[in-house]
Design a protein around this ligand. Sequence first.
Ligand code: 2AM
Ligand code: CA
Ligand code: CA
Ligand code: CA
Length: 264
Amino acid sequence: MNRENRRNLYDTAVKWTKEAGLHIREKMANTYNVDTKAHQHDLVTDVDRSVEQFFRDKVKETYPDHRIMGEEGLGEDVHDLNGTVWIIDPIDGTVNFVHQGCYFAVSIGIFHDGEPVAGVVFDVMSDELFSALAGEGLWLNEQSLPRLAEKAIEESLLSFNSGWLMKDRRLEELVNQSRGIRSYGAAALEMAYVACGRIEAYISFNLAPWDVAGGYVLIREAGGTVSNFKGNPLTFLKKDTLLAANANVYTEITEILDGMDQQN
Ligand code: 2AM
Ligand code: CA
Ligand code: CA
Ligand code: CA
């Protein structure tokens, strides 16, 4: 894909994501249906489905040869990243959306033959749109963002949810050594915050490709590091663990976690 096509694809993804944001605001003004999925932490609404449908219709109409992998399953069953693939989370942070009416995002990651092209994460209620065009830069709304500066863990804010702390006590050491822990309940937003330097790392034990695809493109463009807990690159084809961080904080975190492993 040439540079002009990549730029056009990025511009289109940003435009549609803004439209999706307006659509969500309209839907929020009315009642919508909420269902539980796998367990009580896991909700889905009519709005999640209609936003995914919106992207599916737009992509199919404009780029019939592109494929879509979306959380709500309205796209294709995608088992490889050949050609152009849109990885879509129509609403990331559905529990926040339902309970708080804020702190949720639309997340889009576009890949071509496995390489990132564009990432868009839109915090609809705060009107913050984080976007990246691979190799060309990273923006918060119209403002270009710099690459991340080096930070020590002592001056870093980290983000993970409390359930993970109960599951893996090694995280206690990160609580001790960092400046503080935050937990926002929306993976795509937390990755966007790593990319713009509001927090230095985001950790999760179980995320799907649509949770991480948009944020991955942002963090990569910011010069941060993203992998699973084993240090392997994400495949965007299955659920996985995630360590997404400012590059040198990433190294410090892996040293702390590996050091704890050796003590056990
Ligand atoms: P979602 O809102 O799109 O489902 C919550 O801590 C974060 O984890 C959200 O980004 C949420 O995305 C994601 N997540 C991934 N799998 C989940 C699950 N099974 N239940 C709840 N949240 C999940
Ligand atoms: Ca969900
Ligand atoms: Ca999600
Ligand atoms: Ca979702």
